[in-house]
Write a protein that binds this ligand. Structure first.
Ligand SMILES: [Zn+2]
Ligand SMILES: [Zn+2]
Length: 311
């Protein structure tokens, strides 16, 4: 799956038709991230959830990483010219490795992250110390393994820090893509059309896109439209059912597919308007445990839960 950037004329035609009272069938646009707003909101949400969660310590640890991502974004933002990546004559996602090879720019974020993170426990201090011994080539090799989905080739603890730096880099790239676009080609709709990574979970939107379901990317934090009641791992439309910890109207549910035995969480913004996909996914780990007990395997990736992905 890739993206199609709409030319300005097409957008104007659509809005003219709308204002003239015509009913226009438009494909829901994809959303690029706004990094400052995103990290500030995630930090606030993680801290709020930590106040009443059995996973409070872990949520606080994640908050310390997000606080650092936000700080680095302010101190050391990147600005890139993506014209070449966006005008290439290809169906590849614009920020996929095949279309936009990874250079070493992201590594400065990893180095700064490791240098400034609070050493909350001896274990974290030791892990950071070990990771700092890597050469730039080793960092690059591990990053490429992760971006290629070879999660079992890098230790899950190291992956968390490497992914946090990569994500800060890719989120800024995605935010700098100009023009409105939608996801094109429906095959592999479970992979991000911007960077080709796995989703964290999906959310049902409020506001302008009330009721529409979007998948949220684990790397570049873009969101793309996928119809509801459909498996986001194998495109199956039948035998989809939902688990939740509370009642049927719970804001967080596990969408399970009997065809491929996978599940992905679905969050409803209408019932929880302040949710953050990554923070709320961690805070609802009990739902993962319950769903996995029923024989389903998670099809998404939470950048703060690599260990769970490998389990
Ligand atoms: Zn992405
Ligand atoms: Zn499925």
């Amino acid at each position: 799956m890739s993206i199609k950037i709409l030319p300005q004329t097409e957008l104007e035609q659509q809005s003219n038709k709308k204002s003239a009272g015509h009913v226009v069938r438009t494909i829901p646009l994809l959303f690029y991230p706004a990094p400052n707003v995103l990290y500030a909101h995630r930090l606030e949400r993680l801290q709020a959830l930590a106040k009443e969660s059995p996973f409070a310590d872990y949520l606080q640890f994640c908050a310390s990483i997000v606080a650092e991502q936000l700080e680095l974004l302010k101190q050391d933002p990147i600005h890139v010219d993506l014209t070449k990546a966006l005008t290439a004559d290809t169906d590849l996602p614009p920020l996929s490795l095949a279309n936009y090879p990874l250079n070493h720019d992201w590594q400065r974020y990893l180095e700064k992250l490791l240098a400034s993170l609070p050493k909350m426990t001896d274990e974290i201090a030791k892990l950071i110390e070990e990771l700092q011994k890597n050469s730039p080539e080793q960092y690059q090799e591990k990053a490429l393994r992760l971006l290629n989905g070879e999660f079992d080739k890098v230790s899950s603890n190291e992956s968390l820090f490497i992914w946090a730096a990569l994500s800060l880099y890719y989120t800024q790239l995605a935010s700098q893509i100009k023009g409105k676009a939608f996801a094109e080609n429906s095959d592999k709709s479970w992979l991000c059309p911007v960077c080709n990574s796995l989703p964290v979970a999906s959310t049902i939107h409020i506001g302008q896109n009330l009721g529409l379901r979007y998948l949220h990317c684990s790397l570049c934090e873009s969101e793309w439209y996928v119809p509801r009641v459909k498996c986001t791992s194998c495109d199956n439309l039948q035998d989809i059912h939902y688990f939740s910890l509370d009642d049927e109207r719970a804001a967080t549910q596990a969408e399970c597919c009997d065809h491929c035995h996978s599940y992905l969480k679905i969050f409803n913004q209408e019932l929880a308007p302040h949710l953050d996909v990554i923070a709320d996914d961690i805070a609802t780990l009990m739902l993962d445990m319950k769903t996995e007990e029923e024989g389903f395997a998670k099809s998404g990736l939470n950048p703060f839960l690599f260990a769970q992905k490998l389990a």
